[in-house]
Structure formats: C-alpha cells, structure tokens
Design a protein. Sequence first.
Length: 274
Amino acid sequence: MLKSFFIRANKDETNIKKGKKMARKLLIAGNWKMNGLLKDGVDLAKGVAAEVKSLGKTDLEFLVCPPFPILTFVKKALRGAKVALGAQDCHFDVKGAHTGDVSPVMLTDVGCTYVILGHSERRADHDESNELISKKTIAAHQNGLKTIVCIGETEAERDEGKTIDVCTKQILGSVPSCADAKNTVIAYEPVWAIGTGKTPTSKDVQEVHAAIRKVLSKKLGKSIANKMRILYGGSVKPSNAKEFLSLEDVDGALIGGASLKVEDFLGIAKNAVK
Ligand code: 13P
C-alpha cells in the first residue's frame, strides 16, 4: 500500500517535471500598486513599451497592472507593444450598487486582459477571504479576464513551519474549480518578502512551488497543473531574477517596486532565461 503510494507520487513528480518542458511561457508582470500619477504611469508605460519592442521576438509574456484611474491612458501608451494590461482587483458583480468597486466588465471594456486577485495587501487591508477571492475569480473568468491569484504565508506562519499548509488552504479556498491553465496564473508571494528586500532561498522557492503544483494537480488534475503558471513575487530585482526564474517550477515573476522603473523591470526580463 505504502509502496504503491510512493511509486505513484514519484510518477506524478516525473510528469510534473515533464510538464515544465511542455513550455510554460514565462510571465513578467508588474504590479504598480497605488503608485504614480497620470504622467508617471504614461511615461513608465511608454518606456516599457519601447524597451519591449526593442527586445524583438522573445519567449516572454509581459504584463503591467496600473491603478484603476490610469488604465485607459496606459493602454494607449502601450499601443503597438506586446505588453498586456491588467488591473489589481475587481468586484464579483458585473454592475450595480457597489460604491467604490470596479466590475470585471469595466476592466475588459478599457482593454484589460488580466486581473490580480487576492493579493496579500487586499487580504490584509480589506479582509478578503479565500471565499471572496474565489467568487471574484469566477466572475473575472466569466467576463473574459485571466486571473493572477495570489497566495503566501506571513513571517509568523513561516517561522511556525506552516508555509505549505497556508498555501494549500489558500489554493483550495481561493482557486475555483473552473480554473485552468489558460484563465489562471498563481502567484506565490511570501508576505514577509514583499517590499522588504528579504527573499526566501531559491531552494525554498522551488520547494513551495512544487508543493503548490501538487495541490493544483489534486484539485484541477495533473494536465492542468502541469500547464498552469506559478509566479514568484517578493523583492524580485534584476540581481536575483535569474536565480528565481531559472527554477523548475517558477514560471515568471510578479514584481512590485522594481516594476516602477523601466530599467529594473526590463533588467528582470533580460535575466529571465531558462
Ligand atoms: P515587491 O516586488 O515590491 O516586493 O512587491 C511584490 C508584490 O507584492 C507584487 O505583487
């Protein structure tokens, strides 16, 4: 019984590794958070667009997620460049009496193709639960948006050795069963690594990403899990990008601070070599 479990587990692992070679396109995503006024955002987008164009054909996918008020302007500034536009949150309803909220349809209407959901800053500042994030994810998919669902442990949880447990619970609760590799990307962002300059070791990152893929495999099936991209986020910069982005189960980066400077954002992309 035990033996067959291990044989099965090993087989799963081999398949997951093979999945990597099935080509998961690296996603280089910038989360601008609540930074930049109109001119800053437009200048940044123009800079990113120009640099991405000058890279020519690459195996990378680029995405920027500016604050709501400047989405339309950033969309214009990105014209002609292969850089997708995303938002940082959305409501689960398409319209109605939700003061201050933004619906997924409004996002597609202004050219967004992605939305970040369940970022730890929203989980903490707005008390977002796994259940709510799952509802938002379903609504985003139903309205044509791809989602980046964020998970990650706090420092206290890490110190208690609960990283995998916390991430497992967050995946099971916030990733809906309609998620697949085309409509969903997972971002693993240890809360303690966000904006602190501290990062986990690459061994730890690979271990957590592999564990996440196993949970996805159980929840969504092996084939979807093998194809689904799992990004790392938390103090990613040009100097550590290669270390993280070359890992077997890391399929891109969700970048905060370093996405606000053209040279840093592109510096990370240039180090994204498998
Ligand atoms: P930093 O890159 O600033 O650590 O932020 C990471 C993040 O929260 C991206 O969503």
